[in-house]
Write a protein that binds this ligand. Structure first.
Ligand code: ATP
Length: 599
């Protein structure tokens, strides 16, 4: 039966789940669907479409909204300048007829598709859909992907295509958590997924809901969902939470979480989203082979780039950037060990795991370091720099460690209960993180709003973020006339506050239609397309000044025209118009802000 189940059946389930408000009803409807259509137990073919973000069997599509828009325009044979094509390219703001759908790519696409596809279901089966999605993921160029999309369009109606687009974008917005889906499928599904990150295996192993599965431990070669840190506001809150425990405080490194799995000569680097990163092999495999002293092992840590000229870790965190640097100075800081020899050690205390880490890894300066309160990376810290890890005896120890870390321009600190075991996907507070962006470490900076970006989802069709600029020094007794783009400030204002700023600026928005154009002459920006806002503010005197407070640290910026940008998103303290009057949020005027607020 399941082989021939039509995709339209799943679409009816999706539509129903999306409309229903009750989580319990959504769950039971999902169960009924499985019991009716999947009695033979081939659950994976349907569940991978319901939890697309967890499916690692077919690789990545390489299709985010903008590329998907281009492919759909080609697949539908539309001219790039046609009204519908422009609507797809500008999906965040929508067109005159799609105001309500703006910000939701799948809805905008389905509106465009409705005008071209019939109402009747194309009769596509779930099996056929999976095969086409496999082809879409393996397509090597845009043209191949476009062909698959046009095939899909022929075999579906606009409703079905809308859901397929959501599957491709890996977000179904069904209003039901991944945990609920797992629990409804099988009581042990989530646990098994956490230690294997293998949806197919979970679906195949747990076919019988009544048969409980013995808790499985982690295995070398299978990524495990990482232990996570709970956010705390300050050192006092952190200390209170870990009261009575032995506590280690560690530097929070600003790289990418990586699990290194060594199985003899086979080495895998799994990211937080359980993707394998073979690009790290080139820089790291030899180091791992020579410096991990056991045959089989899993290390948990952070992948960073060591800058040999400054003798510091480089400031960035994206996988791509790290990959680019892979040939230069990749460095792994292992802060935990999960498996050694032939045993999982996650059930041992952190203190015991630290000892094991010391025995198993021979550190190599600048390439593979271990983070321990005594020894390890601490021994390699440049003189005069604070240690990277220490045992805290009091809240004062935590405070002063945190202060040193901030002064040293690091990302923050992580506090860990030394008696705790390592638990996959746990964020219950065994690890706590404290970051400087929650305090006002920086001084205020007045910046001018020079552009706006359309939001998505709830903020679709409206400006929801701003591009801000710094004034170039003006001649004595004159107002500044030129502004250099500085950073982007994001969401975080309450809806009313955002609304007030947008309402005030709206009359002065100058649309920056696709393809994006140059800014008004008052603004200096780079050629980087990431910086281009959707609207420019007509002229500086019509705009609003934001007074922002941020973490003291800046980063070198290639995206914005100013050579430095803020390392963390800033807080907005108050908003006033560029003629100097401070608005305290009356009516539709700028918002009232007494306390600094992050935007
Ligand atoms: P953030 O954006 O703050 O890094 P996150 O959601 O990615 O948060 P969290 O679990 O909240 O992840 O914070 C822990 C993250 O911090 C880890 O995933 C890891 O990448 C990073 N990290 C850096 N240094 C450490 C450390 N010493 N111990 C644990 N995690 C660390």
């Amino acid at each position: 039966m399941s082989d021939e189940t039509k995709f339209s059946v799943l679409v009816s389930l999706f539509n129903w789940m999306q409309k229903s408000k009750s989580s319990a009803k959504k769950r039971s409807k999902f169960r009924k669907f499985l019991d009716t259509f999947y009695r033979n137990g081939d659950y994976f073919s349907a569940i991978r479409l319901i939890l697309p973000a967890l499916d690692r069997e077919r690789g990545i599509y390489g299709l985010k909204e903008s590329v998907l828009a281009t492919c759909l325009v080609d697949a539908l044979g539309m001219s790039k300048d046609s009204e519908d094509a422009v609507r797809l390219f500008n999906w965040r703001k929508g067109g005159p007829r799609s105001g309500a759908n703006a910000g939701n790519f799948a809805l905008v696409a389905s509106e465009v598709l409705q005008r071209r596809q019939g109402m009747a279901s194309g009769g596509l089966t779930i099996k056929e859909l999976n095969a086409l999605l496999d082809r879409l993921a393996s397509g090597e160029c845009r043209a191949e992907k476009t062909l698959v999309l046009s095939d899909l369009i022929k075999k579906t109606n606009a409703q079905e295509m809308k859901w397929i687009i959501m599957i491709i974008l890996k977000d179904l917005k069904l209003g039901v958590s991944e945990r609920s889906i797992f629990h409804e499928f099988h009581p042990d599904a989530e646990d098994l997924f956490n230690v294997t990150c293998d949806l197919k295996l979970v679906c195949d192993k747990l076919r019988d809901r009544r048969q409980r599965h013995k808790r499985q431990d982690i295995e070398v070669g299978k990524p495990v969902r990482p232990q996570l840190a709970m956010r705390v506001r300050d050192a006092t809150a952190a200390w209170k939470k870990l009261q009575g425990k032995d506590v280690v405080v560690e530097c929070k490194f600003d790289g990418d979480r990586i699990q290194i799995h060594k199985n003899g000569t086979e080495i895998n680097f799994f990211s937080r989203n359980f993707l394998d990163h073979p690009e790290y092999e080139h820089g790291m495999s030899e180091v791992i082979m020579q410096n991990i002293l056991v045959d089989r092992c899993i290390l948990d840590g952070e992948m960073l780039v060591w800058n040999t000229s400054t003798n510091r870790f480089a400031e960035f965190g994206s996988n791509q950037e790290i990959a680019k640097a892979a040939r230069e100075g990749l460095e792994n800081v292992a802060f935990d060990i999960l498996y050694a020899g032939d045993t999982s050690v996650i059930h041992q205390s952190l203190k015991e795991r630290h000892e094991l880490l010391r025995k198993v890894v021979k550190p190599l300066k600048g390439r593979l370091e271990i983070l321990l309160p005594n020894g390890g990376l601490n021994a390699h810290c440049p003189s005069g720099e604070p240690p990277c890890s220490m045992i805290a005896q009091s809240v004062d120890d935590v405070e002063s460690f945190f202060k040193q870390i901030i002064e040293n321009r690091d990302e923050g600190i992580v506090l860990k209960d030394l008696g705790s075991k390592w638990e996959p996907s746990d964020r219950s507070g065994k690890w706590l993180k404290l970051k400087p962006e929650y305090i006002q470490a920086g001084s205020d900076l007045d910046v001018l709003i020079i552009g706006g970006y359309f939001g998505s989802g709830r903020h679709g069709g409206e400006v929801a973020q701003f591009l801000v600029g710094l004034a170039e020094r003006a001649a004595p007794n004159t107002y500044p006339r030129r502004f250099v783009s500085f950073c982007r400030v994001g969401t975080g204002l309450s809806d009313e506050e955002l609304d007030a700023v947008v309402t005030k600026l709206k009359p002065y928005f100058r649309k920056n239609e696709y393809p994006k154009k140059s800014p008004p002459s008052f603004y200096q920006v780079t050629n980087n397309s990431k910086e281009r806002p959707d609207v420019w503010i007509d002229s500086p005197e019509k705009s609003i000044i934001l007074s922002i407070t941020s973490d003291i640290r800046t980063i070198r910026s290639e995206v914005f025209a100013a050579p430095y940008s803020l390392r963390f998103p800033p807080f907005v303290e108050l908003v006033h118009s560029s003629n100097g009057t401070t608005h305290k949020g009356t009516g539709t005027e700028a918002p009232q802000e007494s306390k600094p607020k992050r935007i």
